[in-house]
Design a protein around this ligand. Structure first.
Ligand SMILES: Nc1ncnc2c1ncn2[C@@H]1O[C@H](COP(=O)(O)OP(=O)(O)OP(=O)(O)O)[C@@H](O)[C@H]1O
Ligand SMILES: CCCC(=O)O
Length: 368
């Protein structure tokens, strides 16, 4: 069987993770640090592009990593309009929408497609984006709200959620498309989602303030409480609670969950209550996703950095293991997920998709 050489690029706020795969084997990986002072000088994401790429190139050169013979380059995406899951060719429309965050969610990951395509052009390789956070496969029932004209959509860690589900299904001797899972990513942000036969049919908009509280995110709060809180604040400040300074940051000025658990272990009751509340809220979200799957759940899968914490896993088992077996996959498979997504299409196992540039959900034609 042919193995493919794939280069993966995952830009974060102050660094860019890169990896080179030869088939399933990760032959090189690095977390390329960028000088935050230099990054701050750039007004837009697009302005950072040349600097980030040059930093990556220098590191590759220093480490004698040759990308000659590359089959594909994959960039973590973002900023795209709601789409089905899968592997997408990076064409001009993907570039245009991601770099300008067409969906309004500006994140360094939006740079991924541009960096990947530049490397791909240089080495005559294909360029792809795999399951970006813009994947939204909600079933119709999950769309409606009690406000006419307001529909639900999701932003989730789709890349790691789907890869965790694909791997778990494989471990069970099955295909992702044959199983039903509740899949969670419990890291800096927390995604909880219901996967039915290969589609992520429900979940929470973790960029919009839905779901459990997370280290830097407020999670779901009653509308009336938010309105009251807003009375003497700017909307912008309140929006930041959803992704930047809600959760542990808002309460205790701590964004690192490990630090919070240390405070709790040292007897800080406030930290202990926050930690337990976050776990309680994750459990409630898992329960609701199990209901979405009508109790037909083949497994509850936990990924993300916080899953290294045994107390968190034990407590979630206490709350939820009566629903289905819980499996922990601490950390994430994002780089592997990008490489496997490319391999599946290069191998013909899956068809490469074309980004339409139109939201997957356009409203219901029977509601005027
Ligand atoms: N043993 C542990 N106990 C508690 N928290 C931990 C432990 N190990 C790692 N973490 C926490 O996991 C978080 C990082 O998780 P992860 O690496 O998945 O996040 P990220 O990549 O920064 O963000 P995201 O997952 O939203 O993309 C940090 O808050 C870190 O403190
Ligand atoms: C939506 C997933 C990416 C993030 O907001 O952290």
């Amino acid at each position: 069987m042919k193995t493919y050489k794939v280069f993966t690029v995952n830009p974060g706020s102050t660094s860019t993770k890169i990896a080179v795969f030869d088939g399933e084997k990760k032959v090189y990986s690095a977390n390329v640090s960028h000088d935050s002072k230099v990054l701050e000088e750039y007004k837009t994401l697009e302005d950072q592009l040349a600097y980030r790429k040059a930093t990556i190139e220098s590191l590759l050169k220093e480490n004698h990593i040759d990308l000659e013979g590359l089959d594909a380059c994959v960039g973590r995406g973002g900023g795209l309009l709601a789409m089905d899951g899968g592997t997408y060719e990076i064409d001009d429309l993907v570039l245009e929408h991601s770099i300008h965050a067409k969906n309004g969610v500006v994140h360094p990951a939006c740079l991924g497609p541009s960096i990947a395509r530049e490397f791909a052009e240089q080495y005559g390789a294909k360029a792809y984006v795999v399951n970006p956070p813009d994947v939204d496969e909600l079933q119709d029932l999950a769309r409606m709200t009690g406000i006419k004209g307001v529909y639900r959509n999701v932003h989730l860690h789709a890349l790691n959620l789907k890869e965790t589900a694909i791997r778990h299904a494989r471990n069970m001797g099955k295909k992702y498309e044959e199983c039903n899972f509740v899949v969670c990513h419990i890291g800096g942000g927390i995604s909880v989602s219901a996967h039915q036969k290969g589609k992520m049919i429900d979940g929470f908009d973790i960029v919009g303030g839905e779901g459990p509280m997370a280290p830097t995110r407020c999670g779901s709060v009653a509308v009336s409480d938010v309105l009251k809180y807003c009375e003497d604040k700017e909307i912008k400040t309140v929006k930041q609670l959803c992704t930047k300074n809600g959760g542990f940051v808002n309460h205790m000025g701590i964004s690192d969950a490990l630090e919070l658990t240390k405070c709790a272990a040292d007897g800080d009751k406030y930290a202990g209550l926050l930690w337990d509340t976050m776990i309680y809220q994750i459990a409630k979200c898992i329960g609701s996703m199990a209901v979405v799957l009508e109790g037909s759940v083949d497994g509850i899968l936990l990924g993300g950095g916080m899953v290294y914490n045994e107390d968190l896993v034990a407590k979630l088992k206490g709350y939820c293991e009566w629903i289905a077996p819980i499996s922990a996959y601490p950390g994430e498979f994002e780089m592997e997920a990008m490489a496997s997504g490319a391999e599946r299409v290069l191998d013909g196992e899956e068809e490469v998709k074309k980004y339409t540039g139109e939201c997957r959900f356009q409203g219901f034609d029977f509601i005027k």
